[in-house]
Design a protein around this ligand. Structure first.
Ligand SMILES: C[S@@+](CC[C@H](N)C(=O)[O-])C[C@H]1O[C@@H](n2cnc3c(N)ncnc32)[C@H](O)[C@@H]1O
Length: 249
């Protein structure tokens, strides 16, 4: 996939924009293209745009307002599937989220008190997540929560094989499943995210190193009817309406 372009709205953000291009390999844009996808940096945020007629709205990471905030206040706490799958019934384990994406699941776990390492290989997802974490850090209520989330822009296969940090109790995996029916994706905007990132066809290879590294369990989020990751039967399954959590103890 070609590197994505980054467009900076005002000169004030130019040095930060150029630094993101250098670090993540984005191409500096003098103007937004008419079609396709691009990153847009303004004083508020970094966002992934879909361009052209009928294109879905922008995607960005917001832990302070919107869905993440609602879910933090009213989402069901430790009764949520991700919390049950990661074993939060018995405490607040240290979690390695090896497929961090836009950090939504990780934020739920951090809100419930967990410390997390987040590993993300896609430059687009990592840059959006980094931006959301930085903005949330300045918020009085959410700042202490995101202080428990540490992002690493790298491939999980090598990170799991060569982990130098504190050994995680739990490893959480939520690779992008090759979705045939795109309307099944929760929001139109997320279709853009999937188009830019692509399916994670190598996800099976993460299960064995994750099981070798995790102190207590590996939790895998799958679409409800998807086959087991790497064809390995889990010890425990939490079935939700549209997703399933397979737990390897
Ligand atoms: C479905 S998204 C995860 C969504 C995330 N759970 C959330 O709540 O926002 C899958 C993410 O895993 C990342 N990913 C897949 N395989 C990876 C790997 N081997 N190393 C690092 N990241 C990976 C993809 O780039 C993508 O951003």
């Amino acid at each position: 996939m070609n590197p994505l372009g980054l467009y900076c709205v005002t000169a004030d953000q130019a040095s930060h924009g150029r630094e993101l291009c250098e670090r993540y390999g984005f191409v500096w844009l003098e103007a937004l293209p008419e079609t396709g996808h691009a990153l847009r940096l303004d004083a508020e945020r970094l966002a992934l745009l879909s361009l052209g007629r009928g294109a879905p709205g922008p995607v960005w990471v917001d832990f302070v307002a919107g869905r993440a905030d609602w879910r933090r206040r009213h989402g069901g706490g430790r009764g949520q599937g991700v919390a049950k799958a990661c074993g939060l019934k018995n405490g607040t384990p240290r979690v390695l989220d090896a497929t961090a994406g836009l950090g939504r699941d990780a934020f739920v776990l951090a809100s419930l008190g967990c410390h997390l390492d987040l590993v993300e290989r896609s430059p687009v997802a990592a840059a959006l997540l980094e931006d959301g974490l930085a903005r949330a850090a300045a918020d009085a209520e959410v700042g202490p929560i995101v202080a428990r989330m540490r992002l690493w822009h790298r491939d999980a296969a090598s990170a799991l094989a060569d982990w130098h940090g504190e050994r995680p109790e739990v490893i959480y995996l939520d690779p992008m499943f090759p979705e045939k029916n795109k309307s099944a994706l929760s929001k139109k905007e997320m279709q853009a995210f999937q188009t830019v990132i692509g399916p994670d066809l190598d996800a099976d290879a993460l299960l064995a190193p994750a099981r070798a590294l995790a102190n207590s369990r590996v939790a895998v989020k799958r679409p409800r009817h998807a086959p087991w990751l790497a064809g390995v039967e889990p010890g425990l399954v939490y079935q939700g309406d549209s997703v399933r959590y397979d737990v390897y103890l």
